[in-house]
Design a protein. Sequence first.
Length: 367
Amino acid sequence: MKLFKFPLLPFLPKLLLVLSIVGCSTATNGMAQGERSDPELNEREELAEEKPETTKIKSGLDDPSSVQEHEKVPEDTSDIEQEEITSSPKASPTPTVKPAEQVSPENTLLSQLESLRIEPEHEATPYDRSEFPHWDDEDGDGKNTRLEILSLEKVNNVGWYSRWDGEWYAGEGGLSAPRFDIDHIVSLKEAWRSGADEWSASNKDAFADDMLNLTAVTASSNRSKGAKDASEWLPPEPSGQCYLSIRVIQVKTKWNLSVDQNEYTTLKELTESCGTEIPDIPSPPPELTSTALAPTPTTLPAQPSSGYGRQFYQTANGSDIDIYDANENGDINCGELPSAAKPVIVISPGSDPYRLDGDGDGFGCEG
């Protein structure tokens, strides 16, 4: 079989030209078609973007409940919680001690009374007076507490006024007042039953000599009062009742002592009727003023005292007891002492070398 030879080389340039023309035409048509399709594509993209929103709105219109859910704003529950909290407050404890009463800031005394504990009197241990040593010379001036009170309460240097019964007493000269006692306004036993039974020894000692709690009164009124509190005994003198109520409140406040219910009621009634001012002492009667005794002149022995007796005794006028040893026999009896030196205080009960304290109460030559 014979093969025909076809000469391609002469036609190759023409073939390439035809192919290039065909390629350009195809590309041009593609570009034109692409330009036409771009707006359509953009429109379709825009529609695609809008369609979900439109669908969302449509779905909202078709289903009203979905719109409400979409637009619903979460409610603020703080008010509800607050109402729940305030509507059920916790119950506060009921006060149990003092009656509820508005106390005026100016009425300090009533405020002090309201601050006292109200509880029954008690004795954890039996009362023992010896646990309250008293009549010490607290300031070292040579006068014990009894003499300090007599010095403080002597009126116009003419005598003493007993607030409990309104009696006046000129005394026996100087600070000698054997008919007057120094009374513990809140008695030692009453203090013991109001909380002092639990005190230290130093506090008991200090309380026994606290001058706020002491006053000079007739021996008879002191015996009548004894260890009673204000609900059990009041002075027959009206102004004395006011004085007692004020001092009891002040002393019990100072020493943190309790009151029982009856005592509290009595003190409150007295405070409301008496006020808060310490009653004035009346002027001494004329007969007391005219017969007031001047210090009794005493003839002293030529010899100076030995100083032995001063460690055991304290005289009412502060003199060394040994200067009255007129016969110089080293012993002194009550007959040798002038009125101004009486009564004599036995500094250490049980140590009485001159045997002046016959009844053992700590005072000698009282008669």
